[in-house]
Write a protein that binds this ligand. Structure first.
Ligand code: DX5
Ligand code: ZN
Length: 226
């Protein structure tokens, strides 16, 4: 039986009451919290840094915090987020000349490590680092903004990465980020994803519990053998 994990993205939360927002999605059944870090350099938007991550921990948030770095350079941020309570840190290979070193830095912080591939980023970036990856995050929109439409060609990319993972000796989780909804989540799961990031599909709904339940109901209909 496959385990599906739901990761609400705080990008669509109300930042004026972030602690309560996160608390509410955790109560509603979130498995981890997706924390989007944008630097107005690697992507054309600016969000939040390690202080906010630490603030969530100080507020009492205990579920894993999944930090998605859309920022360059990444090295310093890895250390800072490691100290600020991150559980998992992912970054884009285009954002550094030193992918292998950055993956090691994340592990040294005691965090799970992963690479993020944009819609047009080829899979060869995974070739020599499979043994260092805990997660592979496939972007199903171009990074920078919430509320975009799922790029459907991502489905075949998910299938290809699923095959690579299954054909390797490593247990790596496959995460998908961007435009995930109750309507398409089953197809994304069927293609092979394990972790589903959802911003608007949760935080832009009036009832978080209902929104997460809808996502889980759709996942429950996915064949266990897929
Ligand atoms: C986009 C971010 C996503 C975003 C997803 O650059 O990485 O995590 O918040 O938002 P939705 O689910 O609204 O597409
Ligand atoms: Zn993200």
């Amino acid at each position: 039986m496959r385990t599906f994990l739901i990761a609400p993205s705080i990008l669509s939360a109300d930042f004026a009451k972030l602690g309560q927002e996160v608390e509410q999605v955790v109560e509603a059944g979130a498995d981890l919290i997706h924390f989007d870090v944008m630097d107005n350099h690697y992507v054309p938007n600016l969000t939040c840094g390690p202080m906010i991550c630490q603030a969530l921990r100080n507020y009492g948030i205990q579920v894993p915090i999944d930090v998605h770095l859309m920022a360059s350079p990444v090295e310093r941020l890895i250390e800072d987020f490691g100290q600020a309570g991150a559980s998992m840190i992912t970054f884009h290979p285009e954002a550094t000349d030193h992918v292998d070193r950055c993956l090691s830095l994340i592990k040294e912080q005691g965090c799970k490590a992963g690479l993020v591939l944009n819609p047009a980023t080829p899979l060869h970036h995974l070739d020599h680092v499979m043994d260092k990856l805990d997660v592979i995050l496939l972007m199903s929109v171009n990074p920078g903004f919430g509320g975009q439409k799922f790029i459907s060609s991502t489905l075949s990319k998910i299938r290809q990465v699923r095959e690579r993972i299954d054909g390797s000796d490593h247990s790596i989780l496959l995460q998908v980020d961007g435009g995930v909804t109750a309507e398409n989540i089953a197809d994304i799961a069927q293609a092979g994803a394990d972790i589903f990031v959802a911003g608007s599909a949760i935080f832009k709904q009036s009832n978080y519990q209902q929104a997460i339940t809808q996502l889980r109901d759709a996942l429950a209909r996915v064949s266990p053998n897929s």
